[in-house]
Design a protein around this ligand. Structure first.
Ligand SMILES: [Mg+2]
Length: 379
């Protein structure tokens, strides 16, 4: 079944209210960016994959690299397409949603959800509510109660004040008030260098170690991105020096970076992002590397509903993914906002688990009317 056409759309969907993410401080997000790829086969199957970045870069190499790579290939040739995209990444950072669209088309061709073609280990995965803003303690406690009422058993909060002592004090209070009812993880986004309109005081090794030890004493599940994601030596030393679980990897990509992280024992929890780190096939290969080292694999999913759908299929294909990130920080980042490009949002069941979509391919339907309405770029 040959691929006969491939299209690119960049939709910029306005958010109802600005979202103040910790990874882009001082520069609130006002739009949901959907970089959507549509793969069309000779019998009219349409496969979709989407990330939230790189559309302009992809557009620049669309005719020179992406179309020649895909047109005329069998939809089953995922290895060759993945290898071609590794080359394309030299020109256009993170082109991986192209490969996800091929997998969606392949699943539709085979009549199978992607995770069943990759191992079919679990039909549902425990979801944790992942918040993205810094909020006052009182509001976070209310959020935690809402998550508990909705069935969540784990949540993640952010630490990103200029003075980490404020983060520790806030987290301690949140743990004291709701920690007996919900497990809590912490993400400090030290892997990010966006400083928006103010300069961020970066953590060094000693500061990170003191914070890890304090969070361990509070019963925190893990600390995420305590240092820059390419500070392999620092991360390895930190992990060896604290009892707290260390997580990271959302900004790393391709097999060799994760191989290095694993070789140096940088993390307990490896957070590969399917649409940002290499696509379905590379994510699945990295998952195998993580499995061989007996570590936890759990996808990072902070893009949008299409990114979550792709990650769910990788998570569902393996046995060592005990939970998955469910980006959810209402009211400004509700699941309905996150999944606006889907005809049906991906929801968590009352027991805190989320189903891997059971339809063929990704098992989700893209709202193309919405994409076309907000498209600022088409190729
Ligand atoms: Mg993170």
């Amino acid at each position: 079944m040959k691929i006969t056409d491939v299209k690119l759309y960049l939709a910029e969907i306005p958010l109802e209210a600005p979202f103040h993410s910790t990874w882009n401080p001082g520069n609130p997000e006002t739009k949901l960016f959907v970089s959507l790829v549509e793969v069309i086969t000779e019998d009219g199957i349409r496969g979709y994959g989407a990330a939230c970045d790189s559309a302009q870069l992809l557009a620049g190499i669309w005719d020179s690299h992406i179309r020649p790579l895909l047109i005329g290939k069998e939809v089953t040739e995922t290895e060759a397409i993945s290898a071609g995209l590794i080359n394309a990444a030299l020109y256009a950072y993170r082109p991986w949603c192209v490969e996800v669209a091929v997998w969606d088309a392949l699943g539709k061709y085979a009549g199978l959800p992607i995770y069943k073609m990759l191992g079919g280990a679990q039909d549902r995965v425990l979801a944790y509510a992942s918040t993205g803003e810094l909020k006052p303690v009182e509001e976070r406690v209310e959020d935690a109660q809402r998550f508990i009422d909705e069935g969540f058993t784990m949540m993640k909060i952010r630490a990103h004040h200029d003075d980490p002592a404020i983060d520790l004090k806030n987290i301690e209070e949140i743990v004291a008030r709701v920690g007996s009812k919900i497990k809590i993880a912490v993400d400090c986004n030290q892997g990010w260098f966006f400083s928006g309109k103010r300069v961020i005081a970066k953590w060094d090794y000693k500061k990170a170690l003191a914070i890890c030890d304090a969070l361990y004493d509070m019963g925190i599940q893990w600390l995420e991105e305590p240092l820059y994601g390419y500070d392999y030596d620092g991360l390895a030393e930190l992990r060896a020096s604290t009892k707290l679980n260390i997580a990271g990897g959302e900004l790393n990509a391709q097999m060799h970076e994760y191989k290095e992280l694993l070789k140096r024992n940088c993390f307990d929890i490896y957070q590969v992002d399917t649409v940002l780190s290499g696509g379905i096939l590379i994510s699945r290969k990295v998952a195998a590397l993580v499995e061989a080292e007996n570590k936890i694999f759990t996808p990072h999913t902070w893009t949008h509903g299409m990114g979550l759908a792709a990650a769910l299929h990788v998570a569902g294909s393996v046995t060592h993914c005990p939970f998955i990130e469910y980006c959810y920080d209402p009211p400004r980042w509700d699941y309905a906002i996150r999944d606006r490009m889907l005809t049906k949002p991906l929801k968590v069941a009352r027991d805190g688990f989320i189903d891997v979509p059971q339809g063929p391919g990704l098992g989700v339907e893209v709202d193309m009317d919405l994409i076309n309405r907000y498209a600022v770029l088409k190729k």
